[in-house]
Design a protein. Structure first.
Ligand code: ADP
Ligand code: MG
Length: 232
């Protein structure tokens, strides 16, 4: 199962501690996980076990104290800061528990935001616009493209956040409790959407979830326990 592919994700013996005053909280202790290209896994574990910390490290938003993270054959954390930001923007999509949409922008503008960082030529902008249209169709919100987030339901906002995360065609989609703020039916719709989009694009995907129902839909699961990832 641990086969290496150049398009995979490899987290090896990653440790991370936080200092809180005079005490040190050891959150990750030599955590490792592997994800082959095109694969999706769920990560489960109790609150406070370090799931978000691990996703932040994989998403290159924070640095481990030790260990390595390889994405698509590269070690992004060894890149200079500006290149790291570009790598993150192109390679990684994020969906958080809360949608983090910008209230002053329309649905379409929110989806396009990650693509703006490229400041590409007219052709690239047109391609991004088309991709955003396709994604809004896929999340069944094309008819809401001009609406503001405040005019949408919680589930609809999270579907916009999913579309936004995918607009740059990332090779890795990281979802941190994506259904954690949603009620049963709405959570099911967002779960269905993530599973369907993964089936369509085969983007590598990690979904942290408390929902045993959602976790059960993945071929492979990890449990974060005592600072390590174990197959669940
Ligand atoms: P989970 O997502 O599994 O609920 P987290 O990764 O958010 O867990 O947190 C794991 C532990 O690390 C918790 O005890 C939390 O308080 C601590 N922690 C997380 N981030 C920080 C931080 N920036 N500073 C100090 N402690 C932190
Ligand atoms: Mg968390």
């Amino acid at each position: 199962m641990n086969q290496q592919t150049s398009g995979g994700l490899s987290v090896r013996r990653v440790s991370k501690s936080f200092r809180l005053g005079s005490t040190t909280v050891e959150v990750l202790k030599s955590a490792s996980l592997e994800l082959a290209d095109g694969e999706a896994v769920a990560i489960v574990g109790p609150s406070g076990s370090g799931k978000s910390t691990l996703l932040h490290l994989i998403g290159t938003l924070d640095r481990p104290d030790s260990g390595t993270i390889e994405i698509d054959g590269r070690q992004p954390l060894s890149l200079p800061e500006a290149e790291l930001a570009r790598f993150r923007n192109r390679t990684i999509g994020f969906v958080f528990q809360d949608h983090h949409l910008l209230p002053q922008y329309s649905v379409m503008e929110n989806v396009l935001l990650p693509a703006l960082a490229f400041r590409g030529d007219r052709r690239q902008r047109a391609a991004a616009g088309q991709r955003a249209e396709e994604l809004l169709e896929a999340v069944m919100l094309a008819h809401r493209r001009q609406h503001r987030p405040a005019e949408l339901s919680g589930g609809e906002r999270q579907r916009v956040a999913v579309a936004r995360a995918l607009v740059n065609r990332p090779s890795l989609l990281l979802c941190d409790e994506p259904t954690g703020s949603l009620d049963g039916d709405t959570a099911k719709a967002v779960s269905d959407l993530l599973i369907e989009l993964h089936g369509r694009d085969r983007t590598k995907m990690i979904v942290v979830t408390h929902s045993t129902e959602l976790a059960a839909r993945f071929a492979r699961r990890y449990r974060l326990t005592d600072g390590r990832c174990v197959a669940a």
